[in-house]
Design a protein around this ligand. Structure first.
Ligand code: FS2
Ligand code: SF4
Length: 553
């Protein structure tokens, strides 16, 4: 086992990365190895998807499958060995199908048939032992003896960034947003990474291409969500329980939430959002359901206590899932889509009866607590509607700085930096936030500046797209470059969606981003220095120092 993809990876004096019997997330070495084999086989699928395209053979089902299966290997998504083995078998069959069709088309056209080496040539038995035997060849640090740590670091930056893109592609697909050009670009990068590249410049270029691709995918996702559920509008969300039977919906998939809301209508069940699902309240087509009563709990790392105390059924629609056996709620938890945990019931299709039955069989909340509210819904349209008032207040000298403090949450003590930072912001500044990192401060009252709320929750991690639109609009209004705006981006990262988002911001030329709580362990000091020289990317330091630097820039 060698996995170094998230911020919680093991860091030891003799080397970084989870490499023993189990990762910090609870992923066993066998699951980790099987996931490596899956990713390697998927790189082979992409290699043939690309070759097939030379003869206009495009299989959209396989395009979607590659992204979906890749998503299953993201941190805190799928811990179910049987499901990973099934993904590998399907991937092989898709690769073989594309290869056969490509070979037939090339032969028919009288062109030489190219046999692709590496990942694309791997023939696997689907027995677990045989798959595990292949793990050293498929490991993400394969061939380390032939390359230096900087090349490995760049390969991993690209691989993990692309994994984040794959997750957003799958979210977009569920919302009926697919794009043949985007799929081709995705396969191209996937196949390139499967070829074990060694050229530093090509890898750096690839990282920027991944960022640009992710921008397009976030745009597709934004379109899918707003087409289906309307444009988010600012809304107050109760963070406290209401008496009655209950279902908790966590993760990013708004379509699942809609199905649950539809199927629980009139059944006396209250539905709550959790974690990254909180921004769902801003969407008119979801907020219209009166039994969507609020949000329960905070970010993923608090699941084991918060879910244990939730007296209803729990649905994980996507990341982040952690061991449900610790809090003994596995029997009232349900996974969806790419999510999996052995022994937790997996719901396929759109029928949530089993979840509803479970919720009805449980006690629910016995009493209603005094409400406490947060506000969400400041996505693209709401931000654009607020922009004239914001610009007016900037011109009047009442708003002097914008902070984007967002990204992933986590349980490390040093993440209190983000709470302290939010509390310490000057009163003439606005705070934009997104993703689950907002739970570090979204229960605080930030007040307003002459009617403009100081706290603006833009949405989920993928709604970085909306924040970018606001930055571009402000730059346009003030006739300057985005980097000349009084705007500071201070990000927290944990998993691979955050890497994809970071690459997007870097590929757009956004400079001087701060990231924490620690640097990705797969990036060497050389790479961090190179990125700093290219983009000004730096690590967070102390609240006092960073604030002083941001305000004097
Ligand atoms: Fe939070 Fe976890 Fe959005 Fe990340 S719920 S860290 O995967 O995706 O953010
Ligand atoms: Fe370790 Fe993170 Fe990989 Fe889990 S996902 S094994 S915690 S690096």
């Amino acid at each position: 086992m060698f996995c170094i993809q998230c911020e919680h990876t093991m860091r030891t004096p003799v080397g970084n990365g989870c490499s023993y019997a189990q990762g910090m997330c609870g992923k066993t070495s066998e699951i980790s190895d099987l996931q490596d084999v899956l990713v390697y086989v998927l790189q082979g699928v992409s290699a043939y998807a690309l070759k097939a395209r030379e003869f206009d053979i495009v299989d959209t089902e396989i395009d979607s499958y590659v992204a979906k299966a890749f998503f299953a290997t993201l941190t805190n998504v799928n811990f179910d060995e049987a499901r990973i083995i099934e993904f590998i078998a399907q991937a092989q069959s898709h690769r073989d199908s594309l290869r056969t069709r490509y070979q037939a088309a090339a032969t028919l056209a009288g062109q030489p048939v190219v046999a692709i080496e590496g990942a694309a040539a791997l023939e696997l038995d689907t027995e677990k032992a045989a798959l595990l035997a292949q793990a050293p060849n498929a490991a993400v640090n394969r061939g380390l003896a032939q390359i230096n740590e900087d090349i490995l670091g760049l390969r991993l930056l690209c691989l993990y960034g692309l994994k984040g893109v794959a997750a957003y592609l799958e979210h977009a697909r569920i919302l009926e947003q697919t794009d043949a050009t985007v799929a081709a670009d995705f396969h191209k990068i996937m196949a390139f990474l499967g070829s074990d590249p060694v050229d530093m410049n090509a890898l750096l270029e690839c990282a920027m291409d991944i960022g640009k691709l992710n921008y397009q995918v976030m745009q597709m996702l934004d379109l899918g969500e707003t087409n289906k559920f309307g444009h988010p509008a600012p809304v107050k969300v109760n963070m406290k329980p209401v008496a009655g039977k209950a279902i908790l919906v966590s993760g990013h998939d708004l379509v699942d939430l809609e199905h649950i809301l539809q199927q629980t209508e009139g059944k006396g069940i209250n539905v709550y959002t959790n974690g990254e699902m909180l921004p769902a309240h801003g969407y008119p087509e979801l907020n219209k359901y009166p039994h969507l009563v609020g949000n329960y709990g905070s970010a993923w790392q608090n699941q084991q206590t918060e879910f244990a105390n939730f007296p209803g059924a729990i649905v994980m629609t996507s990341n982040c899932l952690i061991d449900p056996n610790v809090g003994q709620y596995a029997e009232r938890m349900f996974t969806r889509s790419i999510v999996g945990w052995p022994g937790v019931q997996h719901v396929e299709g759109d029928d949530f009866s089993v979840v509803i039955e479970k919720a009805l069989s449980l006690d629910g909340f016995s009493h209603t607590e005094i409400p406490h509210y947060t506000t969400t819904g400041f996505a693209r349209n709401a931000l654009m509607a607020a922009a004239p008032a914001v610009i007016e207040q900037v011109k009047a000298g009442n708003i002097n700085h914008f902070f984007l403090i967002g990204g992933c949450d986590g349980d490390k003590a040093e993440r209190s930096y983000y709470t302290e930072l939010a509390k310490s912001l000057p009163k003439d500044s606005l705070l934009l936030t997104l993703a689950c990192g907002k739970f570090k401060f979204n229960d605080l009252d930030f007040g307003d500046i002459n009617g403009v709320p100081r706290f603006l929750d833009v949405g989920q991690c993928n709604d970085t797209y909306s924040a970018i639109q606001l930055a571009l609009a402000l730059a346009d209004a003030f006739e300057c470059d985005v980097n000349e705006l009084p705007l500071s981006l201070i990000l927290s990262w944990f998993e691979q969606k955050a890497i994809a988002v970071l690459l997007t911001l870097l590929s757009l030329g956004i400079k001087d981003i701060r990231v924490g709580p620690t640097a990705p362990a797969f990036l060497t000091d050389n790479l961090l220095q190179a990125l700093n020289e290219m983009t000004g990317l730096k690590l967070i330091t102390t609240v006092e120092q960073d604030l002083a630097d941001c305000l004097s820039a």
